[in-house]
Ligand binder design. Structure first.
Ligand code: VGL
Ligand code: ZN
Length: 176
């Protein structure tokens, strides 16, 4: 069973948002076009409290229940089976979809019969990387859909380094 894990395709991570990922919105049509190929679709959302240590590193973004935290309006959430909120605590970054307060995602995916996890969304070197590395650690065959992710590259080369780190850990790179 194949699951698609859509990471944080939210307004604040798209151009015009509070923490824009360059071309972040360009993943939306790519993701919409592949949804039907998966047995299960999970979408995460960065869902921060108003105050968190995370905002010492980053501009305030994706505060829960604000327009910036909403999914990109063109993302087809009608085909999403489960929405997982992450970054909900105030003491850490909460980058990984596998470290949330509300759900043991690895256990839940396994219960559904999932053995392959395909990761897409934003941002490549933060939440996509953390989630893909955790998926491998939890024993899933793990893929990153390279044309359905975008990164920030705060320090030029961050995205490339993240791709290498994921490959070394056993993540496979595929195109949509
Ligand atoms: C993310 C930076 C801050 C992400 C979340 O979703 O990759 N990046 N918060
Ligand atoms: Zn965040």
């Amino acid at each position: 069973m194949k699951a698609l894990l859509i990471i944080d395709v939210q307004n604040d991570f798209c151009p015009g948002g509070a923490l824009p990922v360059p071309e972040g919105d360009q993943v939306v049509p790519v993701i919409n076009g592949i949804l039907d190929r998966f047995d299960l679709v999970v979408a995460t959302r960065d869902w921060h409290p108003e105050q968190t240590v995370h905002f010492e590193k980053w501009p305030v973004h994706c505060v829960r229940n604000t327009p910036g935290a909403a999914f990109h309006p063109d993302l087809d959430i009608s085909k999403v089976d489960k929405i997982v909120s992450k970054g909900t605590g105030n003491k850490d970054d909460g980058y990984s979809a596998f470290e949330t307060e509300e759900l043991d995602l690895a256990a839940w995916l396994r219960e559904q019969g999932v053995d392959e996890v395909y990761v897409c969304g934003l941002a490549t070197e933060y939440c996509v990387k953390a989630s893909a590395l955790d998926a491998v650690r939890h024993g899933f065959r793990t893929f990153v859909i390279t044309d359905a992710v975008r990164g920030i590259d705060v320090h030029p080369g961050d995205i490339d380094r993240a791709m290498e780190e994921m490959k070394k850990a056993g993540v496979e790179m595929v195109k949509s």
